[in-house]
Structures are given as structure tokens and as C-alpha cells.
Ligand binder design. Structure first.
Ligand SMILES: [Zn+2]
Length: 275
């Protein structure tokens, strides 16, 4: 995998096509870029999103680390497909037509929609076929007890802090079901409305009990005052949470999370926060 080129916006050629095929195959094609060998804005956004996920400097260009992590992720998929007898191609880190075919066959025999890409549900079935904790079938809840116990404790501390500052903060969502997440993902893509998330079911921290949404209220109604949201966000950060108001991709004022340093692919792959 030596000497892969540094690609950035306006780059063109075969390596851009491979970059696009890999990102598409790993379900990073949130904004539907074509695999055409032209490094456009959407390709760049997807790449930044990927870099963000793996805490690589989100430059939007393919430095050596980015290529390595991207190719390693494809190789992990190829190895698992090979071990199941579905893939006889090379473990080369490129999401080509043989990998696509193998993923489609895996999806067909697993009762998954044959998208040919490693969407979150496919990832879970492939990497973690028998999860014991059944996050994928849990219902949406507003109750903090639906969260990871440590995140729930942080949320309670945060609410306590807001009360001390005379803010009436209420929880809007704690755990969110994968099904509901898929509906949110569809919004602005194939159902009406604005795009509100880049996460499919299983790809949001809400789907793992590691995130919740909250909002300041005034006179019994949700506040429209950005300053109040910012005050709330600062108090959440004081409680040790990461606030969505600081997100780069889609700024999300009501959102708080604590991830234990795991990304959602880790969780889908079967890695769990410490008990
Ligand atoms: Zn949220």
C-alpha cells in the first residue's frame, strides 16, 4: 500500500474513483456522490466525516494515515467475507466488484436488504453476529435510565447544574431506536423535510445509550433563544459531556454525548464501553 497519492478537492483520476468506491462501500456516502473519479465537495465532506470518526486530522485530503485506516477497514470486511466462504478475491483493501458481490450475497443470506454496502446493520451482522445486548430492538425512551449508567449519571449532574443556574432544562430524547434513526436519516433524502442527520440506524450514539437531547424551556415551552442553548451547552461540557453545538458536520444544539473514545463502528463491531 506504499505511495498512495495525496488527493484533495479538484483531484481527478483512478485513485479518486477507488477512494469513492471505498467510502461508498463503507456506507460513508451520505450525500450521494457518484463514483466518477472527480474529487468534489461531497467527496470531501464524506472524507472529513470519516477522518472525524477515526480522529484523524480532518483535512479533507488523503494523507498516508487516511489511506491506511480506510484500506484497513475494507480489508477487515474482506477477511470476514472470506472466512465465511463468500469472497475469493485478494485482501487488498479496495472495495471492488468482487467485494460488492460478496457483501450482496452475505446480505441476501442474512435477510438484510442487498445494498452491496456495509451499512450499519450489515456491519453488525458481519462483525458481531450474535449481540447479547440487543440495542437494535430497544425502544425509544425519554428516560435517562435507558442510557449507559455512566452517561445517565453525567446527565443527572448536568441537570443539577442547570437548576443551580436557574435554567429549566428538559430531556427530549435519551435512547433512540434504530428504526426511528432510519426514519430521521430518510428525512430530506427520500422523505420530505430538511436533512437532520448523517446517521442511519445503528450509526448514532443515541442508538447505543451514549447520547441524549435536551433543551431549555421558558414558560413551559421550548426556548428559541440560542444564548440559552449555548449556556446549557457550556454546563453540559462542565459535566464532562460533549455538546453537539460544537460539531462540525451538522451543528446540533440539543445534543450531548459521552463516547468512551469509541466510534459507532467499534460498537457495531462488538466493542462495548467498560462496565
Ligand atoms: Zn442528539
Amino acid at each position: 500500500m506504499a505511495d498512495l497519492p495525496v488527493l484533495q478537492e479538484s483531484s481527478r483520476g483512478t485513485y479518486v474513483t477507488w477512494l469513492q468506491l471505498n467510502m461508498n462501500g463503507l456506507a460513508l456516502n451520505y450525500n450521494e456522490f457518484p463514483t466518477n473519479g472527480i474529487f468534489d465537495q461531497k467527496t470531501s465532506d464524506a472524507l472529513k466525516n470519516f477522518q472525524d470518526r477515526f480522529t484523524i486530522d480532518p483535512s479533507g485530503s488523503t494523507n498516508a494515515v487516511t489511506w491506511k485506516v480506510l484500506n484497513n477497514n475494507v480489508m477487515a470486511v474482506q477477511k470476514l467475507l472470506k472466512s465465511r466462504g463468500l469472497y475469493d478475491g485478494a485482501i487488498d483493501g479496495w472495495y471492488g466488484s468482487k467485494t460488492e458481490d460478496a457483501v450482496r450475497r452475505f446480505q441476501s443470506e442474512s435477510g438484510l436488504y442487498p445494498t452491496q454496502i456495509v451499512d450499519p446493520r450489515t456491519r453488525q451482522k458481519l462483525f458481531n453476529p450474535h449481540p447479547k445486548d440487543h440495542f437494535e430492538t430497544r425502544p425509544t425512551s425519554i428516560d435517562l435510565s435507558s442510557l449507559n449508567p455512566r452517561v445517565a449519571a453525567m446527565a443527572r449532574n448536568f441537570l443539577e447544574l442547570t437548576r443551580k443556574h436557574n435554567l429549566d432544562v428538559r430531556i427530549i430524547t435519551a435512547f433512540r431506536s434504530w428504526e426511528e434513526e432510519d426514519k430521521l436519516y430518510a428525512q430530506g433524502r427520500w422523505t420530505p423535510g430538511q436533512i437532520v442527520t448523517n446517521a442511519r440506524g445503528g450509526d448514532s450514539y443515541h442508538n447505543w445509550g451514549l447520547a441524549f437531547d435536551a433543551a431549555p424551556y421558558e414558560h413551559g415551552k421550548m426556548s428559541m433563544d440560542v444564548a440559552k442553548f449555548k449556556q446549557m451547552g457550556a454546563l453540559g461540557e462542565q459535566a464532562g459531556l460533549k455538546w453537539g453545538g460544537t460539531f462540525r458536520a451538522i451543528v446540533d444544539y440539543p445534543h450531548f454525548q459521552y463516547t468512551f473514545g469509541l466510534n459507532t463502528w467499534d460498537l457495531l463491531n462488538g466493542v462495548r464501553p467498560p462496565a
